[in-house]
Write a protein that binds this ligand. Structure first.
Ligand SMILES: [Zn+2]
Length: 197
């Protein structure tokens, strides 16, 4: 199932404004491995993981992954996530990240969202909402896992017209984009002024 056309327009705008960046030049420093937080979507995970393995192999030569995978991935982590009403998935994942750091001495966390994602669709999140939640997830991990030297980066895997791609998400560029998105593309989270933005 490819990305919807309107979401494709948002994707293009986010690319143009440098929110979604090519991985080259934005490689992760992952000397002792990566804690990978991702949705486990059976149609996308193999491509996502293969790409990730290539990225890390390119920097260290020995991929070492500690994967935490629940439906929705990073979408579950922000305080404003719609998915933590009944079950505290955010606390489950934050505690698992803390534990993984402790058990494996891995100090790099890569949080992933992807599109299209069935979990996002179940809460009527559009593409911009998904990117906003990824940025919020990154910041919450940084603020609440509180481990000295911890690096957290956010990524988006997209299955669109020209195939599957992975982008690095710039939180700073997202802040600028979300403050002045193209008028025709206001994300619903901004329109409704909810905490998802
Ligand atoms: Zn998914």
């Amino acid at each position: 199932m490819p990305l919807k056309k309107e979401d494709g327009h948002v994707l293009q705008s986010l690319r143009k404004r440098d929110v979604l960046r090519d991985i080259e030049g934005n490689r992760l420093a992952a000397d002792n491995g990566v804690i990978l937080v991702t949705c486990g979507d059976g149609d996308q995970f193999a491509d996502l993981f293969q790409h990730k393995a290539g990225m890390v192999a390119g920097t260290t030569g020995k991929p070492r992954f500690h994967t935490l995978s629940l439906n929705g991935g990073a979408l579950l982590i922000p305080k404003g996530s719609p998915f933590n009403q009944d079950i505290p998935y955010d606390q489950v994942l934050l505690e698992n990240i803390r534990e993984a750091v402790r058990l494996k001495d891995i100090f790099t966390v890569a949080v992933y969202v992807h599109a299209p994602c069935g979990k996002a669709k179940s809460a009527s999140l559009d593409f911009a909402d998904v990117i906003g939640l990824a940025v919020d997830a990154k910041r919450r991990i940084r603020d609440e896992v509180r481990v000295s030297g911890l690096k957290v980066a956010a990524f988006c895997h997209v299955d669109w017209e020209d195939g599957k791609r992975t982008y690095h998400i710039s939180a700073e560029a997202w802040d600028q984009w979300s403050q002045s998105p193209p008028v025709s593309m206001l994300p619903s989270s901004i329109r409704s002024n909810s905490s998802v933005s």
